[in-house]
Design a protein around this ligand. Structure first.
Ligand code: 0RA
Length: 653
């Protein structure tokens, strides 16, 4: 990657005004997600610089005035003049669309595929942007703001002056600060938890990189809140962290690294005693929750290598059939990290890798490395445990099949009428329909009375649902609550699942805003995550937010959903306002429940996203797993996680 890069390399396409006319086309959305996207964009360049060995430190600072600074210690954006445009490389990068260098595959060998829209888009969507480049002992500086043309039209992102030298330094690198435009975005407040999650993920994916997050909006012991992310073992540390509260079969994750056909492949895996499979894959640092050719290549090679091993050592005899792929993935936790050129993303959410050549590349590497691993006698004990686990998975599967339990349960699921529980809606258009899954019979009763029956169905759940994390699929299917839920969804289960048959566009979890309610929500999210992941990926799962307070003064009544809401309402209504704190859904009568929580005009809904599967995984294992102490600790640390939208969810509506 020693190719020389000058301002010459940067292709010039169009101006920034187009971006402001149609921000959605460049960053997808102007919601908080779009806002975060600006930061991802700036971050990508710095991480690329680190991944290519030119930087080892990145600091992200969230300022109280909603601006964000990203500083790295890389080579610095090119400062020399572009021969045709006669402006500096820096100015080209921030003013010319598509001039990140990313579209010129010579410059950045492995640039991200999803956010690769360039720093100029960030500039276009900011009221102000400042850049400093530290290079060859000098500090270079340029700023951008709004300029007017001769007709008085305002154009954002125009340089205030040319790039100039403003001082001396012995630092190296680039520092960029931008102020997102509040007239473009619904909010200009970056979410601490979303930024933190992404920085941690990037640190895992880039071995050795130091990333620091400073949030000046929050104070901790008299200082701005600060956190460092540094993983010297990269994705191996990632796997260890995912499994930290689980019982493992191999203490040291199996690591497979190498380059095949210009594709850089890095995989770490570890088996646990769980029944579920957790594969987290990334392409050019972008999560691929829908999988794709890299995952397929990995799975194929894993199945073959482990079957070969089982035969080699005589665990499988000639007469025995091979073990199935899914048997070898029971309890498997793996992180797959691919760096490649020209990644093609497909699927519902464009998070599935499509390049066919990657399957063979990954298959080849994994086959070779696993054969090496299994041939090493030092690994015999681990290999034995893995095969034993797969055999037990196969037996369980076989037993279930023999008893025809699954088949029967499944057909029952599809045909059995629901007795009493579900109050279906009368409307027959799934795209308009909503299913509320409500904690408790009494709240369920209020919801049934308060709803708009034309498009809202109610399914009350009794008590705590079964914790699916500790059960195999046949036990889940024997559980009455889950059976009614699966039947209500109407889209089948497991291999008969077809999202096209889903009877409701929105599935809304409604639980009390207390610890118990949070636990119930987590169990239900886990259930969807394990068995209906597509439904979450496709954006159908929501959490309903009952208000926490009712505040009244005279005739004026307001409902508050957060403590901040309440503070604002108190100010608005002034002294003498009466405040009621809701403890549960059951305290509301049907009209109140409709008004505050169910009416699409006034309610607050949060969509459950799994952009970060690993994060859900962590929450799910911590809350649902076998070990009590980490769960107790997690709950006490995040006691109000179900209100703050911090972990599993991101505010959407
Ligand atoms: C291309 C070439 C050079 C540096 C960079 C890109 C670069 C871009 C960004 C954006 C944020 N941080 C960055 N760090 C580096 C090398 C130019 C040279 O060697 O003169």
């Amino acid at each position: 990657m020693a190719k020389a890069y000058t301002a010459d390399d940067i292709q010039v396409l169009e101006g920034l005004d187009a971006v402001r006319k149609r921000p959605g086309m460049y960053i997808g959305t102007t919601s908080q997600r779009g806002l975060q996207h600006l930061l991802w964009e700036i971050l990508d360049n710095a991480v690329d610089e680190a991944a290519n060995g030119h930087a080892d430190s990145i600091t992200v600072t969230l300022h109280p005035d909603s601006s964000v600074t990203v500083e790295d210690n890389g080579r610095g954006i090119p400062t020399d003049l572009h021969p045709e445009l006669k402006i500096s490389g820096v100015e080209v990068v921030f003013t010319q669309l598509h001039a990140g260098g990313k579209f010129d595959s010579g410059a950045y060998a492995y640039a991200g595929g999803l956010h690769g829209v360039g720093a100029s888009v960030v500039n276009a969507l900011s009221t102000r942007l400042e850049v400093e480049v530290y290079k060859d002992g000098q500090v270079y500086y340029q700023s951008y703001g709004s300029g007017q043309d001769e007709k008085g039209n305002v154009h954002a992102g125009r340089p205030d002056a040319a790039l100039s030298i403003v001082g001396e330094t012995d630092k190296r690198g680039t520092k960029i600060t931008f102020w997102p435009d509040p007239t473009v975005f619904d909010t200009v407040e970056m979410s601490h938890s979303v930024v933190r999650r992404r920085l941690r993920e990037l640190a895992f994916l880039t071995k050795g990189l130091n990333i620091t997050l400073i949030d000046e909006r929050q104070e901790q012991d008299g200082h701005p809140r600060r956190e460092d992310f540094h993983y010297h073992a990269g994705i191996t540390d990632f796997v260890l962290s995912l499994n930290k509260d689980k019982t493992v079969l191999n203490e040291a994750p199996i690591v497979m690294e190498g380059t095949r056909d210009d594709v850089i492949i890095e995989i770490a895996m570890q088996y646990t005693t769980d029944y579920t499979e957790s594969i987290f894959s990334y392409v050019n640092n972008i999560p691929t929750p829908e999988g794709g050719t890299h995952e397929t290549g990995f799975k194929t090679a894993l199945t073959k290598a482990l079957n070969d091993y089982a035969r080699r050592v005589g665990i499988l005899k000639d007469k025995d059939a091979n073990l199935a792929g899914e048997d070898f993935r029971e309890g498997l936790c793996a992180v797959i990290n691919i760096k490649m050129k020209d990644a093609q993303f497909e699927g519902q959410t464009k998070t599935k890798l499509g390049n066919t050549e990657i399957r063979t590349a990954v298959d080849a590497l994994v086959s070779e490395k696993l054969n090496e691993y299994t041939s090493d006698l030092n690994n015999a004990a681990v290999c034995g445990r893995i095969i034993e686990k797969a055999q037990s998975a196969a037996h369980a599967r076989e037993a279930a099949r023999k008893a025809k339990k699954m088949e029967r349960t499944k057909s029952k699921l599809e045909t059995a009428p629901l007795v009493g529980k579900l109050a279906a809606c009368t409307g027959k258009k799934p795209e308009l329909n909503e299913l509320f899954i409500v904690e408790g019979d009494s709240a369920g009763g209020s919801a049934k009375q308060g709803r708009d029956r034309r498009f809202q169905g109610i399914l009350p759940l009794r008590g705590k649902p079964l914790n699916v994390e500790k059960k195999r699929v046949d036990q889940v299917l024997q559980n009455e609550e889950f059976r009614s839920l699966i039947t209500a969804l109407g889209a089948g289960f497991d291999d008969t699942f077809n999202i096209k048959n889903l009877k409701y566009n929105k599935i809304i979890l409604l639980a009390d805003a207390d610890q118990d309610g949070g636990h119930i929500q987590t169990i239900l999210i886990t259930f969807f995550y394990r068995y209906f992941r597509e439904l979450i990926l496709d954006g159908h799962l929501y959490i309903g937010k009952p208000p926490l307070y009712r505040i009244q003064k005279g005739q004026k009544v307001e409902y508050c959903y957060t403590d901040r809401d309440l503070e604002k309402a108190k100010k608005r209504l002034g002294k003498g306002a009466k405040i009621n704190r809701y403890k549960g859904l059951g305290e509301m009568n049907p009209e109140q429940l409709w008004e505050t929580t169910m009416n699409p005009e006034t309610r607050a809904l949060v969509r459950v996203r799994i952009e970060d599967l690993a994060d859900i995984e962590e929450m799910v294992t911590t809350l649902m797993g076998e070990n009590v102490e980490p769960r107790r600790q997690y709950i006490s640390e995040h006691a109000d996680f179900n209100r703050k939208d911090e972990f599993e969810v991101q505010l959407n509506e």
